[in-house]
Design a protein around this ligand. Structure first.
Ligand code: LAN
Length: 714
């Protein structure tokens, strides 16, 4: 189908980078295109033929690691980082398209064309729908919102792509069964009625901070999304009716729009959409809040709540220079600012510009990335990979490493948010974000991995010292504010509220999103970061660091499941977590030889090795919380498992070598690896791509193996 769709001229796309900001530019004229030649990384990300010569055939695993790095080096951007696609979720384009539409913003022709191509390419061939993420089965959330996006972008309702999508939506029961967040988007567009929505009361933000369910205690993404939603809910704003929205009202429901009894559909959610069903407590709370909102909440209180919420919305924009936390709250923030300040306000213009940071172009078209990039995260791991392979002093990588170090130096956050307590922000001075400094959110493991990378390089002979001691102390200071009572570390903040709050999870499509949790991955990053720091700075906050490490390792042990595994929350799944957990244990000297915990971890992994020597987990492992094999081995999963076994000092080298050999055998002649199954996950149910993982975790596994078992012939 996609072959019939218009396509932009791919020789005109350029990835522009500016201190971590990455945007795709479409050059209007041939002359412009000629004066700004397409680079190799442009072509790679656009899926164009690179015509690279084959590298010398690797004779050893070490050669294979070098070939891998030689390829990866070519993808480094001028600002020192590695950009990549960060797609997977299928509910992000609609937020952008609907927000741009209701704020009367222009959607450039090249975006329209490529969004349509992407959505069409990702439409499920069997039933015409879309799921929560690219690999998930069709849901109302995915199908309805992406159908609407196609229509706003200009696709005719009679186009075969639209017809098939609409049929799928109707088979799933129509738009009434869309989950809560979908109901919000539809109401904004004027294709659903606010009365049919469970309440999102802005008044919650006025509660005193000690209240155990105050939104400041929620997981940061949940509260960031609910904040602008509550503002809109309070205004019950809908875009003025027009031909398109009138037509959409006819297209997406299975009954006549005017006959819908909205208040009866607050809890109507199609079964395939539900990952986390409502709890009885939530249902009761919703009833009470609906009555309160409709009959009892005084207008003055509503106004007060709206003003307070708007103040927090503004602070989010200011603290992130309009990047916002993620691509769900960012378009919602745009709409909120539009409603208050109008379509030509500075805030709205800034948002329109900054939304571009999330857009990505690939062979299938244009998509919205899961964050405004993976810059700091990938750069930190790229550096660590080179160091751990033992190549840091190799002149071949010197320039690349210096550029990468310069990037991390530039991207370290230097100031806390103004009045950080008022906007409930965590300390950030000294931190690294996942994406870029402007976005400005501390993440425990991003800070730790960034600091580790800097320490590793700055202590390599011949490398410049760019980040001062004081600034490294700042990162340690951030990390030391983040430990939980259990000893573990969560993602953006220490845990602020009880797990019982999951009973209030109203999103239906995600699990474990109400509060922060301990994660073995984040905890390991912090433990290993602090340990490396302690090696170079043995006296700074020593007693606290020692205590933190000891209790964190204790948490890691306690998080092991009876079968020897750890559940991984951010990568798929048990292999990912095993790599981290065993790294923490190795650090405190626990290996296969002396530790029952490690022995069990190895037994678990070895039992999952496939016939061909590799490992491969299905993304269903994450949703089902049990190990589910992918039908094929995956190079990324194999690299994680091999690194885990090497961390554990697993004594049977042949087991590891079979995995390493698989990685090497799958390497392409130019040193790269082909994309395989999706690598990442969030909120248990939604998958997300980490395409650079296949380019550096593979190398890291090869490199560590070759260092450990020298002179191994491939
Ligand atoms: C990410 C990406 C990175 C990830 C790690 C650093 C790998 C992890 O160890 C800690 C958590 C973190 C920072 C993380 C949290 C949730 C994110 C931001 C994401 C998975 C990327 C996309 C996702 C975000 C919630 C997507 C927007 C969707 C909503 C439901 C709001």
């Amino acid at each position: 189908m996609s072959s019939e769709l218009p396509k932009t001229d791919y020789t005109r796309w350029r990835l522009k980078t500016d201190r971590g900001r990455q945007t795709w530019e479409y050059l209007r004229s041939k002359e412009q295109a000629a004066s700004w030649p397409q680079t190799l990384y442009d072509k790679y990300h656009l899926g164009m033929d690179l015509k690279l010569p084959a590298l010398p055939e690797p004779k050893t695993y070490r050669d294979a690691a070098h070939n891998g790095l030689d390829f990866f080096k070519k993808l480094q951007l001028p600002d020192g980082q590695w950009a990549c696609e960060y797609g997977g979720p299928m509910f992000l384009i609609p937020g952008f398209v609907i927000a741009l539409y209701v704020t009367n913003s222009e959607i450039p022709e090249d975006w329209r064309t490529e969004f349509i191509r992407y959505l069409t390419a990702r439409q499920h061939p069997e039933d015409g729908g879309w799921g929560l993420h690219i690999e998930g089965e069709s849901t109302v959330f995915g199908t309805c919102l992406n159908y609407i996006s196609l229509r706003i972008l200009g696709m005719d309702p009679d186009h075969p792509v639209a017809q098939r999508a609409r049929n799928c939506l109707h088979r799933l029961g129509g738009a009434l069964g869309i989950p809560h967040w979908g109901k919000v988007w539809l109401s904004l567009l004027g294709c659903y009625c606010w009365e049919g929505m469970n309440p999102v009361p802005a008044e919650l933000w006025l509660l005193p901070n000690w209240v155990p369910f105050h939104p400041w205690r929620w997981w940061i993404h949940t509260r960031a999304v609910y904040l602008p939603m509550s503002y809109m809910y309070s205004l019950k704003y809908s875009h003025p009716e027009n031909d398109l929205t009138r037509s959409l009202r006819e297209e997406i429901y299975t009954q006549d729009y005017s006959t819908i009894n909205w208040s009866r559909h607050r809890n109507t959610v199609a079964p395939p959409d539900i990952y986390h069903p409502h709890s009885p407590i939530l249902d009761v709370a919703n009833e009470v809040l609906a009555v309160w909102g409709k009959w009892f909440c005084p207008e003055a209180l509503q106004q007060w709540a709206r003003n307070h919420v708007y103040d927090l919305i503004k602070r989010e924009d200011e603290n992130t220079e309009y990047c916002c936390l993620a691509p769900v709250n960012s378009p919602l923030q745009l709409v909120a600012r539009f409603l208050k300040e109008g379509e030509d306000s500075v805030a709205v213009r800034e948002h329109r510009e900054t939304l571009r940071d999330y857009l990505w172009v690939k062979d299938e078209g244009m998509l919205v990335n899961g964050t405004d990039g993976v810059q700091c995260w990938d750069t930190s791991f790229a550096i660590q990979t080179v160091v751990e392979c033992g190549f840091a002093e190799d002149p071949r990588y010197k320039e690349m490493l210096i550029k990468a170090l310069e990037f991390l130096e530039d991207q370290q956050i230097r100031e806390d948010c103004p009045e950080m307590d008022k906007c409930y922000r965590q300390k950030r001075k000294g931190a690294w974000a996942f994406s870029k400094k402007k976005q400005g959110y501390t993440v425990s493991d991003c800070t730790a991995e960034g600091m580790k990378a800097v320490l590793m390089l700055q202590n390599t002979p011949g490398m410049p010292k760019l980040v001062s001691d004081r600034r490294i102390f700042d990162s340690v200071d951030v990390l030391l504010t983040m430990q939980n009572a259990s000893g573990g570390f969560a993602s953006y903040e220490p845990i602020r509220g009880g797990q019982w709050m999951e009973h209030l999870n109203a999103a239906e499509v995600f699990g474990s999103i109400m509060v922060e949790y301990d994660y073995p991955e984040c905890t390991t990053a912090v433990v290993t970061g602090l340990a490396l720091f302690r090696k170079y700075y043995p006296s700074y906050r020593r007693a606290e660091i020692d205590r933190t490490i000891t209790s964190a390792v204790k948490y890691i042990k306690s998080a092991q499941r009876p079968d020897g595994s750890w559940y991984g929350s951010w990568g798929v799944c048990f292999c990912y977590a095993a790599m981290f957990a065993t790294e923490s244990l190795e650090l405190v000297g626990e290996t296969w030889e002396n530790s029952r915990v490690v022995k069990k971890a190895c037994e678990f992994l070895v039992a999952k090795q496939k016939e061909d020597g590799g490992w491969g987990e299905s993304y269903m492992s994450s949703a089902k919380k049990e190990y589910i094999h992918h039908e094929n081995s995956q190079v990324v999963g194999t690299a994680w498992a091999c690194i885990a076994l090497m961390n554990a000092r697993y004594p049977d080298r042949s087991v590891i070598e079979r995995g390493i050999k698989l990685i090497k055998d799958r390497q392409l002649p130019d040193g790269s690896w082909a994309q395989e199954a999706i690598e990442g996950v969030f909120n248990k149910s939604c998958m997300i791509s980490y395409p650079n993982y296949k380019l550096y975790f593979t190398v890291k596994a090869l490199g560590i193996f070759s260092r450990r078992y020298e002179n191994t012939k491939a």
